[in-house]
Design a binder for this molecule. Structure first.
Ligand SMILES: C[S@@+](CC[C@H](N)C(=O)[O-])C[C@H]1O[C@@H](n2cnc3c(N)ncnc32)[C@H](O)[C@@H]1O
Length: 249
């Protein structure tokens, strides 16, 4: 597999592959979020989905009676989300510049805060986003997200694998740069088009975030926050964790 970089960030083929093959995390996160909202006795209101992808979580929370406002930097993902949840409001925009309406919950599922698709992403920018999220949330509102941290590519710092179905195959390699706290994923997809397969290649760079640093940022802007080891039945492997934050009432 070559690591030839290109400008794609979840282009049409990888967006389709993510949507059809890797939606389990978003479904588990939706279940977790709905359980948390139930405990907080919230049964209506707006949920903001940062890095909403193809709208899998959006569809689940919309079916449960919430309004959804989603943002994603990938045009292909936004097109899938709009088709899946016609009642939702979806914006093709980076979470770093998104204007946030008042909300009962905000989510960022699938390492969204780690991606360097928007090259402005940094600790300082993330802290600003968290401050805006805090302002947008109602008292008692929930912020649920997950982050990749050091160790995400396993003890060797490198991991590769593949997934295949009737219609597509996806080969991936993840390499961690421990000194710079970054992770590079090279992903090649082969998607069936009639009798042939279309090959596409993407390179994703992520900055790794220490969970304790994320918790400190959240506390600085006024959240109560803790690490969670699972979303519903989905248990995070080492180097990846969820964070549940609440705006005090
Ligand atoms: C692993 S996917 C997860 C998608 C969705 N949340 C889910 O769980 O199915 C990560 C998503 O984050 C989006 N993303 C990455 N950087 C972003 C940014 N700066 N602003 C908005 N979306 C971003 C990607 O385009 C992609 O859709």
């Amino acid at each position: 597999m070559t690591a030839r970089p290109n400008k794609l960030a979840y282009g049409p083929d990888l967006a389709f592959v993510h949507d059809t093959g890797f939606g389990g995390l978003a479904l588990a996160a939706a279940q977790e979020l709905l359980a948390q909202l139930g405990q907080a006795r919230q049964s209506a209101g707006t949920i903001i989905d940062l890095g909403c992808g193809s709208g899998i979580l959006a569809e689940a929370v919309s079916a449960a009676g919430f309004s959804i406002v989603g943002f994603d930097i990938s045009k292909a993902m936004i097109a899938l989300a709009r088709a899946r949840v016609p009642r939702g409001e979806f914006h093709h925009e980076s979470f770093l510049s998104a204007r946030l309406p008042a909300a009962v919950a905000v989510v960022a599922i699938g390492e969204v805060f780690n991606y360097l698709f928007d090259r402005k992403n940094s600790d300082a920018q993330l802290q600003r986003v968290l401050r805006r999220v805090h302002r947008a949330l109602v008292p008692g509102g929930i912020l649920l997200f997950d982050i990749a941290g050091p160790g995400r590519a396993g003890p060797e710092g490198m991991r590769q694998g593949f997934t295949e179905t009737e219609d597509w195959a996806c080969l991936y390699k993840a390499e961690e740069d421990k000194a710079h706290k970054t992770l590079t994923r090279s992903i090649t997809t082969f998607r069936r088009r009639n009798e042939s397969y279309h090959r596409e290649h993407e390179v994703h760079r992520l900055r790794l975030i220490e969970p304790r640093d994320a918790i400190a940022m959240l506390k600085t802007v006024g959240f109560r926050a803790r690490i969670v080891r699972k979303y519903a039945q989905f248990v995070f492997p080492p180097g990846w964790c969820g964070i549940l934050a609440k705006k005090p009432v």
